[in-house]
Design a protein around this ligand. Structure first.
Ligand code: GAP
Length: 462
């Protein structure tokens, strides 16, 4: 696919998301709110299915991982101790002409110059100065910028602070969910009867004051993370790191992403907490970009919180009586990015007798609606009644939709666009032979299935 076609694909996905109710820009009736998005009726189903797939593979199917749901707001001391107040930043520059604020590493990269957000201020400014003639402001075209400066990404709030100068002692909206896991390490150990190696998984919102937020839901200021911290004995890091890399790679294949659209990226410049960091990148319409990070964080976080809180955040090995601070392997994925990757992979346009069929070939487990139930005609009460009765039974097991609007062809197209794997129609024959027509989204083939057998049929398929 050419660059232009790919950009075009993003536009098509954005348009489908709006048209069919997957994703809406936040606060749209007030002209929007930059870099924040809302999930619509089908988007929330898709996002929930992604989260459920993650939660099942990361907790339910494992004996060694427990779940947690820590609050978004935490003591500001946590963000001091974790290093975020000082070190969680991206390099920022400002166009002196139009005053657009830009992320410097992204600006350099777009000009084909290698840069990384984790570079020091000095390092990135050296590259910036050397290449200054090649770089233009994407808004006004000027080539006059302020020097790059680190900009802290933590979002501040006045929660619990009732003074007017709360900015002097702000509380923070969490910048990553995993800090809630570290500060509950002792609580989990004392209550969940876990033994090293074990993990704690959490899904929740995180917030970052991203400087430039483009590319739809890829980079937003409010987003959801699916993070798991796996606590291991020091020295075992590498073994578990490799295991987690393989496990997380497989997760995306199981969601239906194809291997050719996935690749590993090793970070040379490491973020302040990491000892080793690899990203799983996906081939988004704008190229290969980070989908998930797998990080070896060593004992950094537990040591920091142990020191700062004065609490003992270590582990006593019951077999050897050895006490140590566990090391951490972290897997950290974004819900929005996974949703965008899944939509990118699933989006197809097929030519059908001079018409274009837009279809989302989503894995059935991810599809917002699994089965759409139609009476052939809206104005035939006997068909509507039968179809409704079937819908009322099927919906107890699967997310279904009842639709009696418009002709069958139009109803199929609508379901194709939202990725519904099966459509079921009750026609006049159904009243005679007790069977329904089931149409497969991908092959568009139709088969007759006994109504009494429908539940078994779908159980095998979905
Ligand atoms: N706890 C480690 C951590 O937060 P990260 O690489 O900064 O690591 C992990 O983020 C994942 O969270 C990313 O791979 C991405 O999927 C998601 N993510 C991070 N920032 C995001 C943003 N601004 N918008 C959407 N998703 C984001």
């Amino acid at each position: 696919m050419s660059h232009k076609e790919s950009e075009n694909l993003l536009d098509k996905i954005v348009s489908l998301c709006k048209r069919r109710g997957f994703v809406f820009p936040s606060s749209e009736i007030y002209d929007g709110f930059t870099a924040v998005y809302d999930f619509g009726p089908y988007g929330v189903e898709l996002a929930n299915n992604i989260k459920q797939a993650w939660w099942k593979t990361m907790t339910q199917y494992r004996d060694d991982i427990v779940g947690l749901d820590a609050a978004i707001f935490m003591s500001p001391k946590i963000w001091e101790a974790s290093g975020h107040v000082k070190g969680f930043s991206d390099p920022l520059t400002e166009c002196k002409k139009c005053h657009t604020r830009l992320r410097l590493d992204a600006l350099l990269e777009e000009a084909g110059i290698f840069a990384d957000e984790k570079m020091s201020e000095e390092e990135i400014n050296q590259i910036f100065n050397k290449n200054i003639k090649k770089i233009k402001c994407p808004t006004c075209g000027a080539a006059d910028f302020t020097p790059g400066k680190k900009f802290n990404l933590l979002v501040q709030s006045n929660l619990g602070n009732f003074t007017n100068d709360w900015t002097k002692a702000p509380t923070y909206l969490r910048g990553e969910t995993c800090q809630g896991i570290y500060v509950n390490f002792k609580n989990v150990m004392d209550t969940a009867r876990v033994k090293i190696p074990f993990g704690v998984a959490q899904i929740g919102k995180a917030f970052r004051n991203e400087i430039t937020a483009r590319q739809f839901i890829f980079r937003t200021r409010e987003f959801e993370q699916m993070e798991m911290q796996y606590f291991v004995k020091p020295g075992d890091d590498q073994k578990y790191y490799e295991e987690w890399k393989a496990t997380r790679w497989k997760f995306y294949l199981d969601l239906g992403l194809s291997e050719k659209n996935l690749k590993w990226h090793k970070h040379e410049n490491l973020v302040f907490y990491a000892k080793e960091a690899y990203d799983i990148e996906y081939n988004f319409p704008f190229g290969f970009k980070e989908l998930e990070g797998v990080h070896a964080r060593g004992d950094y976080d537990l040591v920091q919180h142990g020191k700062s809180s004065g609490q003992e955040l270590s582990y006593l090995d019951p077999a050897t009586n050895e006490r140590y601070v566990p090391h951490v392997i972290e897997t950290s994925a974004g819900v929005g990015r996974t949703l965008l990757a899944v939509l990118t992979e699933a989006y197809r346009e097929e030519e059908l007798a001079g018409e274009t069929r837009i279809v989302l070939k989503l894995a059935p487990k991810l599809a917002p609606i699994k089965i759409a139930v139609f009476p052939l005609l809206k104005n035939k009460p006997e068909l509507v009644k039968k179809a409704r009765a079937i819908y009322d039974v099927l919906k107890l097991n699967w997310r279904c939709e009842f639709d009696d609007n418009g002709n069958i062809g139009k109803r199929y197209r609508r379901q194709d666009e939202i990725g519904t794997p099966y459509c079921l129609t009750i026609d006049f024959d159904s009243l005679e032979d007790g069977a329904a027509t089931v149409r497969d989204r991908d092959t568009m083939k139709q088969e007759r299935v006994d109504i009494a057998e429908l539940e078994n049929f779908f159980r095998k398929k979905i």
